[in-house]
Design a protein around this ligand. Sequence first.
Ligand code: SAH
Length: 357
Amino acid sequence: MRRDEILRWINETDQAALADLHRQADAVRREHVGDAVHLRGLIEFSNHCEQRCGYCGIRAPNQAIPRYRMSSGEVLDRAREVHRLGYGTVVLQSGEDPVAGGHWIADLIRSIKAETDLAITLSLGERSEGDLATWREAGADRYLLRFESSNPELFRKSRETTPHGLVDRIRTLEVLKSLGYEVGSGMLIGLPGQTSADLARDIALLRELDLDMIGVGPFIPHPGTPIGRHFPDPASVDGQVPSSEEMALKVIAMARICCPDTNIPATTAVATLNQQDGYERGLRAGANVVMPCLTPDGVRAQYQIYPNKARLHGADPETQRDLLVARIHAMGRTVGRGRGDSPKAGKRSAMAVVAPE
Ligand code: SAH
């Protein structure tokens, strides 16, 4: 898909044409990653954060939310639950919490690996090269770090970083790759100030980065943040991208067409905009992953990156799994078995085997 085609789809509003885009993406998904939907158990273990991202509810300056950090014993317990439920991957996510860093994470990874055969995905923000290497050695398999926006100025303004913010983040993605992680990235859709041209460049960057995983979702305003408080900005830029379900589904579809053999979740942010069948619509527009939340009920409301986060139906994790599996089967899809590694990572290790010849 060329850049001008991407831009044309971003601006397309005809429903029949959009349905066709979803169908194309769905066919590419079926051909390249099959009908299996991989489930990843998400544990949001700490909402302490040192960053000041202008869009994120757990940013350091937000004093309106109580802060929590689960103990490693509690996280391990939830990881056992992820395993017991039959999910092949546990995703450990947090704010940039310096206390839950270095050896704390490394020990946790080793404990999970000692007891289970779960793949471990980390989503811990920008951390030192030393920590990233230590965690990989301890057994972590994958890392998610969205670039958020490929426009350096929008990145800098939205995240209150230095002018090098975006360059540093993309360098970290390269470091993660060289350490042997499966790497995931992506962006926010409809961030105030984001134009159609920015979003087209974001999609082109997804392709250039040659990712194992792509996570994209609509920006959802949080009243406790500078960007959320002024949303929608009356002085918004010409050609502002809407943070709508429709736009998010278009982007998932284009990501699938541009990056056919990548794992792409129907994200919680999409399901938050459409609590009825947001997951299904994502899965029909090119996605092949869902990430059920296993964060304990007692702290879940405090992990408020954005408000009104979608919850799966069902009173307990087991019922939630059963209802989710039934929804996947009702779509004619299957549930992935095992770790659900990136098809690309498989090709990479096959290449490594033949490399010495
Ligand atoms: N601290 C880590 C992981 C948690 S944030 C990190 O920054 O990588 C995970 C993702 O949530 C971010 O990458 C961002 O794209 C998304 N996010 C943050 N605030 C959001 C909002 N208001 N609406 C939608 N998504 C948001």
